[in-house]
Design a protein around this ligand. Structure first.
Ligand code: MG
Ligand code: MG
Length: 270
């Protein structure tokens, strides 16, 4: 069942997506060598609470092993769902941070891969390509297209650069639930899949690796890592399907004010 949202619901979703975006900016200030990932989590939790919202990931999942933290913090070869903890960020790391909130009954969900200090050129290509693929996918999130148009746009861009497109995890609808129909894979064929209609709200989130698309789950039951140990990137926006152009509810602008890097404005040779 796919729920189309009214403009009033979309307004509430925009508020939630904006809160997630601002939470990212709070965290971005602390993404530096020597900072423990648990510190990032505490900052996010405090900020979300102070804004009368709830951290959507904490306690999510099966009763016997719910996700333990506010943020998913995934370093280097970790793709998604990493636990914040005692690890101290190091110069040259990349760290993917995924944040979800529920406010006024509606969810926001956005992810961003940060560079700790400076990273090598190949890693920078991975980040730029993943970011570009997100916007390529969003361009296809318009009324009358199909989910496969989004999927294909992401996949073809990343694979043309030799990167791996993770299959085991996918984007999704969101709204009153964190995960709604339809699934939005980052791989697929144009013209296939669910028809997109105005008022559908989607989290589009390419998860791309510098090597194989294959992943495995660590013994904590959550942390997903690349099977070959290559680095992975993850960018996620919440969007509304509309006629002509999708509307993006989340933003990376607040992050970019802190990091002074706009990945989608960068290019590279080769
Ligand atoms: Mg997310
Ligand atoms: Mg998501």
């Amino acid at each position: 069942m796919i729920y189309l949202k009214s403009e009033q619901e979309i307004k509430l979703m925009r508020d939630s997506a904006q809160l997630v975006s601002r939470t990212h900016a709070e965290v971005a200030r602390y993404v530096k060598p020597g900072v423990k990932t648990s510190k990032l989590d505490q900052i996010a939790e405090d900020y979300i609470r102070a804004n009368d919202a709830r951290a959507a990931f904490k306690g999510y999942g099966p009763d016997r092993n719910p996700f333990p933290a506010t943020l998913c913090v995934s370093v280097n070869e970790q793709v998604v769902h990493g636990f914040p903890g005692d690890y101290e960020l190091q110069e040259g790391d990349i760290v993917s941070i995924d944040c979800g909130v529920e406010k006024n009954g509606y969810f926001g969900d956005s992810a961003y891969t940060y560079i700790v200090g400076e990273c090598d050129e190949q890693t920078m290509k991975l980040l730029i390509t993943t970011m570009e693929s997100l916007y390529n996918g969003i361009e296809k999130a318009v009324h009358g297209n199909r989910v496969g148009d989004i999927s294909s746009a992401v996949q073809t861009h990343c694979e043309s650069r030799g990167f791996g497109v993770v299959r085991d995890l996918v984007g999704h609808g969101l709204g009153r639930s964190l995960h709604e129909s339809p699934s939005v894979p980052n791989f697929g064929k144009k013209g296939r899949g669910e028809r997109l209609r105005s008022g559908m709200t989607l989290a589009i989130e390419p998860m791309i690796t510098a090597g194989t698309w294959k992943v495995k789950t660590l013994s904590d039951g959550w942390t997903i890592v690349t099977a070959d140990g290559s680095k992975a990137a993850h960018y996620e926006h919440d969007v509304v399907v509309r006629e002509g152009n999708a509307e993006i509810l989340s933003t990376f602008e607040y992050i970019e004010e802190i990091t002074k890097i706009q990945l989608d404005k960068l290019t590279f040779n080769g």
